[in-house]
Design a protein around this ligand. Structure first.
Ligand SMILES: NC(=O)c1ccc[n+]([C@@H]2O[C@H](COP(=O)([O-])OP(=O)(O)OC[C@H]3O[C@@H](n4cnc5c(N)ncnc54)[C@H](OP(=O)(O)O)[C@@H]3O)[C@@H](O)[C@H]2O)c1
Length: 289
């Protein structure tokens, strides 16, 4: 299989390239400096030149608070550029897989969000990602939208990644600053290992069954504090030694609003023979290596 991967220097992009290469796929991978996906002509040219079987778009502007203050850039990368890729895939008769987010939901629902729930994003990031979903589907019938959330893995810089894969360094850094680990205990999501997501993205690209999929780690989901506690313990730190401080979601007063509950469940995956991904607390070693 010939794959075309964008955003290849991001957390998920790296995991996708690694997984696809291990499967012996032919992989053409692009970082922002080798292919800016907002450049429609360059995207069309590269896809036409390589004629892949499938494109997997892992590129996005993922700075949720940054998007809130620069909507133009958010829409250019997370919506307009996704349409560029979908159009190029259409012209080259390739399947198009693009990643979206749990932040398309507002968090007001109790329980899991499925594809039957209406999207109602609270932030510019969520709105731009939803627009990207819709523009891609309108531009190319062979579009697979993969909504995921709470992704963690090596090379990730978010809280979940640091606590799960780089625990000791995180604690050392915080201790040097005299700070504690601050974790929110009243916001819920479905943690998803980047390597499991990557494997599922490759599977969906091969299956070429268009639609919206919810792809997250299995199980009941959790809050950040419980997640952190689990990995601190697994790395041999007692909570009091690592000074885990729980905070309320509302106290952080971040620029962009976020859903307090964004746990996802998929109505389709099991019907097409895809097993649920492992739950975040089923495995202790979380390194992608
Ligand atoms: N991480 C999560 O918890 C999470 C949750 C839900 C959904 N997602 C989605 O999952 C996907 C992958 O996320 P991630 O966590 O791997 O993000 P990431 O680590 O920030 O990677 C995104 C990559 O996209 C690249 N990029 C940005 N603008 C670009 C452009 N104009 N042209 C080409 N590349 C560009 C970035 O390059 P630079 O670094 O050079 O800017 C970066 O390497 C995204 O669609 C994201 O919305 C992630």
């Amino acid at each position: 299989m010939n794959l075309f991967v964008t955003g290849a220097h991001g957390m998920v992009g790296r995991a996708v390239v690694k997984h696809a290469e291990a499967l012996d796929y032919q992989v053409a991978s692009f970082t922002r400096s080798t292919l800016d996906i907002t450049d429609a002509d360059a995207v069309t040219r590269e896809v036409a030149r390589l004629r892949p079987d499938a494109l997997i778009n892992c590129a996005a502007w993922t700075d949720v608070d940054g998007c809130e203050t620069d909507a133009k850039r958010a829409y250019a990368v997370n919506a307009g550029a996704v349409e560029n890729l979908a159009r190029a895939a259409n012209k080259s008769n390739a399947c198009f897989v693009t990643i979206s987010t749990d932040y398309v939901f507002d968090g007001a629902k109790d329980g899991f969000y499925t594809q039957r729930d209406e999207a109602h994003p609270l932030s510019i990031y969520g709105q731009s990602k939803l627009d990207g979903e819709r523009r891609a589907q309108a531009a190319h019938a062979r579009t697979v939208v993969v909504r995921t959330g709470w992704v963690y893995g090596t090379h990730g810089t978010n809280f979940l990644s640091r606590v799960a894969t780089d625990t000791a360094n995180l604690i050392k850094e915080l201790a040097a600053r005299g700070a504690n680990i601050k974790a929110i205990n009243d916001s819920y999501g479905s943690p998803t290992a980047a390597r499991d997501l990557a494997a599922r993205l490759c599977e969906l690209a091969r299956l070429d069954l268009p639609g919206i999929y919810h792809v997250v780690g299995g199980g009941a989901g959790t809050d950040y504090a419980t997640f952190a506690r689990h990995f601190l313990e697994a790395a041999g730190f007692r909570e009091e030694a690592a000074e885990l401080e729980t905070v309320s979601f509302h106290d952080l007063k971040r620029p962009a609003p976020r859903p307090v509950n964004s746990r996802l469940r998929c109505l389709l995956s099991e019907h097409i023979g895809l097993a649920p991904l492992p739950a975040w607390n089923e495995k202790v070693v979380m390194s992608d290596e």
